[in-house]
Design a protein around this ligand. Structure first.
Ligand code: SAM
Length: 285
């Protein structure tokens, strides 16, 4: 794809623009995506890496801007992804390595970055089916934990992640990085604790809440007879009484040693794969 320099440090041929200046307004816009306020206002977010961008396009995510480093130009996959982006009427920017490393805040940046439209599923539109497992996270604070949980939910075949209350942003750069691409594969919903309590009463689910003072061993819970929602507590405060008392089971993962509790993402992973083990046993038998 050829580009030609024009005004303001931007060049255009077709819809590919060459950008060399960090002061360029489009680059400033993209850099502003590091702030939650700007992500919320524009309903967009950034994902790094050619594979992620291809996966996202394959899964039907709406791309707004594709950015690639000049050094990546001419690589067949990069050209193809640029052509797909243009075909969707979105913008393609060819930039210097300095620009892409500033956008991504990395010294060794990925050569390709995509700006996508955010997606949330409304809780009322979630109708869990037999054999499905969901994760609900109460006020999850840590972006790394949330990204790891989304990635693990994907790997465990879970059907979605529900964020309750004031959660960290699933579309922050740090969370998206930690998902390793699973942010495009796992539906995400947001709800207040009150709306979640109302929803779970009518959705035909079993809520399995996890608590350090849980009354049952997590291995003995019934994960089979209804779709399951694994309810996990906040990193510092754990699960509040209002949520815990609504659950169909209050499960604990027995621990040894001196640690008070497990890391939230680890505890969620253990629960997800335990639920999966029960469901796979059901499939087999
Ligand atoms: N100080 C918090 C408390 O007292 O609950 C610790 C919260 S822990 C870091 C975060 C969440 O991970 C918990 O709310 C619970 O959902 C889950 N969790 C961690 N360890 C667990 C265990 N041994 N059994 C059940 N759930 C656990």
């Amino acid at each position: 794809m050829n580009t030609e320099r024009s005004d303001h440090g931007i060049s255009r041929v077709g819809q590919v623009k060459e950008v060399t200046s960090l002061a360029n307004p489009i680059i400033k816009e993209i850099r502003a995506l590091s702030q939650k306020k700007h992500r919320d206002e524009t309903h967009s977010f950034m994902a790094e890496g050619l594979k992620l961008v291809i996966d996202a396009l394959d899964l039907g995510w709406k791309i707004r801007t594709l950015v690639y480093a000049k050094a990546a130009k001419g690589k067949p996959q990069v050209d193809e992804v640029a052509a797909r982006t243009i075909a969707k009427g979105a913008l393609v920017l060819e930039v210097s390595e300095k620009v892409i490393s500033t956008i991504t805040r990395r010294d060794n940046p990925q050569m390709v970055v995509g700006i996508f439209e955010q997606r949330y599923r409304a809780l009322k539109d979630i109708h869990p089916q037999e054999g499905e497992t969901y994760v609900a996270l109460d006020r999850v604070r840590d972006p790394g934990n949330l990204g790891t949980i989304i990635r693990t939910a994907d790997a465990a075949g879970a059907s979605g992640v529900i964020l309750l209350g004031d959660a960290t942003d699933p579309y922050s750069l740090e969370t998206v990085r930690a998902t390793m691409g699973s942010v495009f594969a796992v539906p995400i919903a947001r709800a207040s604790a009150e709306d979640f309590i109302k929803w779970q009463k009518s959705a035909g689910v079993r809520v399995v809440a996890t608590h350090l003072a849980g009354s049952v061993d997590y291995r003995t819970v019934d994960y089979r007879s209804k779709p399951v929602v694994l309810l996990m507590g906040n990193e510092q405060a754990g699960l509040p009484v209002e949520l815990a008392r609504e659950a169909g089971a209050l499960a604990r993962i027995p621990q040894s040693g001196r640690a008070d509790s497990l890391n939230l993402a680890i505890a969620t992973g253990i629960m997800l794969f335990e639920a999966r083990r029960h469901l796979l046993t059901l499939d087999a038998g």
